[in-house]
Design a protein around this ligand. Structure first.
Ligand code: NAP
Ligand code: HSE
Length: 448
């Protein structure tokens, strides 16, 4: 039988003889032993043999940093330390996984690890969206990996396809559901009639929500992810401040019901589009036609469309939050970073971000759903239509609910610029026949 060698591997003709391959050991330190970090530690210990057999990498857990020493954990207490800096500087930690969340002390710990030449894996979209350029520049200067597959889309492989497999595609649009907590809440409210607070509490209990769930419901978690996706898709840095962000906290349950009657469902969407004036990146609730693929994504699942001239449309779909799927994404990065570390060469940065303008959000065009409380008498509709006409907003459909002194009017417009829509709303509010513009929500995916 012919055999030949390549580095640490010995290959045999026709098959790979695992017993001849020396195991390659990597010491791993984890910062954070909560929902994701705890699950990662458990998997590294329980699945060590299986990971070794499959990847050839012997992952050795060295230490896990937490804040509270006495909390029950998914892994043995002998690994626990209460100082993240001790994990980073531990002489037997080759690779650091940051799963604490937040910016401080995560940023300092990531920079320290990179300075020591240790690859870093993180799931921290907040940190990356605020300090990405600094962190990627430091990783590039040190020639070590900084990987973040779990930062967007939880367990869905999305970052690596976007930054590697699709590196040669001119991505024009990224659109989808990137926050599991809000999708879980909206699904529970819409399909099961569960009140908002109860649905949020369930999402927290199941480990989907951030430590501070305001980040989820305000849209800022989705905005951080949208900024990261836009950066990878368009090859230029988009900061979280450049993402127009609206959350779900102000959504009225009535509008979920009316949307359903009109043939839509409400989702929190992230949309990043290129234009000659730079990318426009936004996060907001939107009515999506009930038969649109994004409308069918339920619970804590995420779904993201990538669009480009050569690939057409690709849809990535799966569990967007939760300890178990997210730990799988982190483990994939740990194994890749281990291979790169063991190869002993300098790792070139996977992401190259330039600067540039972003498109003025007021120029962006979308369709709109409006709920108006109006006087129920002849001529009212004509006055409302006239306001839309003045601002060049074309009405696609009108539906009235109720009769009496006042009625609810539901309108869906054709595409209109943000500025025109806002000006129309201002003038509608000034009409004597309009008691209230009770809701205005964008409509996405309903056609040209
Ligand atoms: P978590 O459950 O709140 O866990 C955070 C862990 O970090 C806890 O173990 C906490 O210690 C520890 N910690 C926080 N600050 C610390 C400090 N200063 N020193 C030492 N330990 C500290 O959070 P998580 O849900 O696992 O999320 C971790 C990261 O993954 C976040 O960046 C999050 O955005 C991201 N992520 C989460 C999910 C998900 O579904 N949960 C999905 C994708 C990405 P104690 O346990 O003692 O409090
Ligand atoms: N809180 C986040 C979510 C976790 O609900 O999507 C995954 O990033």
């Amino acid at each position: 039988m012919t055999t030949w060698s390549s580095g640490a591997f010995t290959f045999a003709e026709g098959y790979l003889n695992a017993s001849t391959i020396p195991a390659m050991e990597i010491g791993v330190g984890i910062l954070g032993g909560g929902t994701v970090g705890g699950e990662l530690a458990r998997r590294m210990l329980e699945d060590r043999e299986a990971i070794l057999a499959k990847s050839g990498i012997d992952l050795r857990l060295r230490a896990v940093a937490v804040r509270e020493l006495d909390k029950p954990r998914l892994f043995p207490s002998r690994y626990i330390v209460d100082r993240p800096d001790l994990v980073v500087s531990h002489p037997e930690v080759d690779l650091v996984v940051e799963l604490m969340g937040g910016v401080d002390p995560a940023r300092e710990m990531v920079l320290s690890a990179l300075d020591l030449g240790k690859p870093v894996i993180t799931a921290n979209k907040e940190l990356l969206s605020l300090h990405g350029p600094e962190l990627f520049a430091r990783a590039a200067a040190k020639g070590v990996s900084l990987l973040f597959e779990a930062a967007v889309g939880g367990g869905i492989p999305l970052i690596r396809p976007l930054s590697e497999s699709l590196a040669g595609e001119r991505i024009e649009r990224v659109m989808g559901i990137v926050n599991g907590t809000t999708n879980f809440i909206l699904t529970a409210m819409d399909s099961e009639g569960i009140p908002y607070q109860e649905a949020l509490a369930d999402a927290q209990r199941l480990g989907y929500a951030e430590a501070n769930p305001t980040a989820d419901v305000s849209g800022s978690d989705a905005a951080a992810k949208a900024a990261i996706l836009a950066g990878l898709a368009f090859g230029r840095w988009v900061s979280i401040e450049q993402v127009h962000t609206e959350g779900i906290a102000d959504l009225a349950s009535q509008d979920l019901g009316f949307a359903r009657q009109l043939g839509y469902t409400i989702k929190l969407l992230a949309v990043a589009e290129t234009s000659p004036h730079g990318p426009a990146v936004r996060v907001h609730p939107a009515l999506v036609p009930a038969d649109h693929p994004l409308a069918l994504i339920r619970g804590a699942n995420n779904g993201v469309f990538l669009e480009g001239p050569s690939i057409g449309e690709l849809l990535f779909l799966g569990p967007g939050a939760g300890g178990e799927p997210t730990a799988t994404a982190v483990l994939g990065d740990v194994i890749l970073a281990s291979r790169e570390f063991l190869a002993g060469t300098k790792v070139a940065p996977r992401v190259r971000f330039g600067n540039g303008d972003v498109r003025d959000f007021s120029e962006v065009e979308t369709q709109w759903y409006l709920r108006l409380e109006v006087r129920d008498r002849p001529g009212v509709l004509a006055r409302i239509a006239a306001v839309f006409g003045i601002h060049e907003v074309s009405i696609m459909s009108v539906w009235q609910d109720g009769r009496g002194d006042y009625a609810t009017l539901l309108l869906v417009t054709h595409h209109a610029r943000e500025t025109n829509h806002r000006a129309a709303v201002k003038d509608l509010e000034a009409l004597e026949v309009v008691r209230q513009v009770a809701a205005t929500i964008r409509v996405v995916g309903a056609g040209p």
